[in-house]
Write a protein that binds this ligand. Structure first.
Ligand SMILES: CC(C)(COP(=O)(O)OP(=O)(O)OC[C@H]1O[C@@H](n2cnc3c(N)ncnc32)[C@H](O)[C@@H]1OP(=O)(O)O)[C@@H](O)C(=O)NCCC(=O)NCCS
Length: 337
């Protein structure tokens, strides 16, 4: 158990017990990012060579992917998370001993239990933190990020390590050319901690549970399946207002957004959203081209790579927008670390 912020004074109201609460931080921000991509590059031609009835031109034109990474046979969700998490801790300057909560956003652990987070924390030398997984499919990282921020704001944790790690190569139907070409493996992480001024705007999150069958891992086959066109219409039609609302709630005009990092599901969706939200001055993440769709990991992976390449200045406002299985979504403006 970690020694978090000091407890407040319990009240003594007659007839009703009053509980002490902890004092939290006045504001939070992302202190550092890190990412990991497996070494195996799978080009579109590699898929053709493996017998998939597709071609490079179709994939690039319809989806935007040139290549993706797939993990080694013995490389796990936790292995990749460990690499990304260690880098995020190093880049943030936060010591493992100062982390009180570890969250892993994933939907590709091989079995429902154990969760990835406790094992990840142990491997990183984080001593007995709160630790659990968040499964909200492709929007999972943004959900976990806000859970982390809330924990710091309420004094439940001093710093939180949030890692998104996905290994979709183990869940692909190689006979289904509409899905097996899309997904990749990767992990990416953020450290969330206290700040003098707000570095994370209010989240706009929600769901459309009437479409829960639209993106699934099938119970009998254990293959990833999606109703591609229905999800495409939903994402391009419904997600732009979420991005606009996230800017409004953060008090940032879309013209002032320096970078747009949406879920990397399809390059045509990414470009349509950037156009509809109206982001004339934003660098738009196009990480899908070389990483494919890595589900919950796409947003922190793209953001971490953009920061590493120097495309986003520290403190610049970034609009992140996750969407996918559930269907569920979450968007917000954050400041780059
Ligand atoms: C999945 C997706 C890329 C498929 O693209 P699409 O243009 O909708 O393609 P369709 O599935 O309608 O198929 C159109 C045609 O291309 C063919 N096709 C599908 N995959 C193909 C491939 N890899 N190579 C060649 N042809 C392919 C289909 O067989 C079909 O042919 P037909 O017209 O002769 O029947 C697209 O729908 C999409 O990106 N959807 C949103 C996904 C998303 O946001 N998910 C979020 C959660 S991860």
């Amino acid at each position: 158990m970690s020694d978090t912020a000091a407890a407040g004074t319990p009240g003594t109201a007659p007839g009703a017990a009053r509980l002490a609460v902890t004092d939290g931080a006045t504001a939070t921000r992302i202190l550092g990012l890190g990412h990991y991509r497996p070494s195996n590059v799978i080009t579109n031609q590699d898929l053709v060579d493996r017998g998939v009835d597709t071609d490079d031109e179709w994939i690039k034109t319809r989806v935007g992917i040139a290549e993706r990474r797939w993990a080694d046979a013995d490389e796990t969700v936790v292995d990749m998370a460990e690499q990304a998490g260690a880098k995020a801790l190093a880049n943030s300057g936060v010591a493992a001993t100062d982390v009180d909560l570890v969250l892993v956003a994933t939907c590709t652990m091989p079995t429902p239990v154990p969760a990835a987070a406790p094992n990840l924390a142990h491997r990183l030398g984080i001593d007995a933190p709160g630790a659990f997984d968040v499964n909200s499919g492709c929007s999972g990282f943004v959900y976990a990020l806000n859970t982390a921020s809330a924990a710091v704001l309420t004094g439940q944790a001093r710093n939180v390590l949030v890692v998104a790690s996905e290994r979709f190569s183990g869940w692909l139907d190689m006979a289904d050319r509409s899905t097996c070409i899309i997904l990749g493996d990767a992990a990416a992480a953020a450290v969330v901690g206290p700040a003098d001024a707000p570095g994370m705007g209010p989240v706009v999150w929600g769901s459309a549970g009437d479409q829960s069958d639209a993106v699934v891992i099938e119970e009998d086959t254990r293959f990833f399946k999606q109703e591609g066109q229905a999800v495409y219409r939903w994402a391009t039609g419904e997600m732009a207002p979420i991005g606009i609302e996230a800017c409004r709630r953060a008090g940032v005009a879309p013209e002032d957004i320096a970078a747009f990092v949406p879920h990397q599901a399809n390059l045509r969706i990414i470009d349509a959203l950037a156009r509809r939200i109206g982001l004339p001055n934003a660098v738009v993440a196009r990480d899908i081209v070389t990483s494919g769709n890595t589900s919950a990991a796409t947003i922190p992976l793209a953001l971490s790579r953009m920061v590493e390449r120097g495309e986003i200045e520290s403190g610049a406002p970034v609009l992140i927008l996750g969407f996918g299985s559930g269907l569920a979504y979450a968007g917000q403006v954050v400041l780059a670390p």
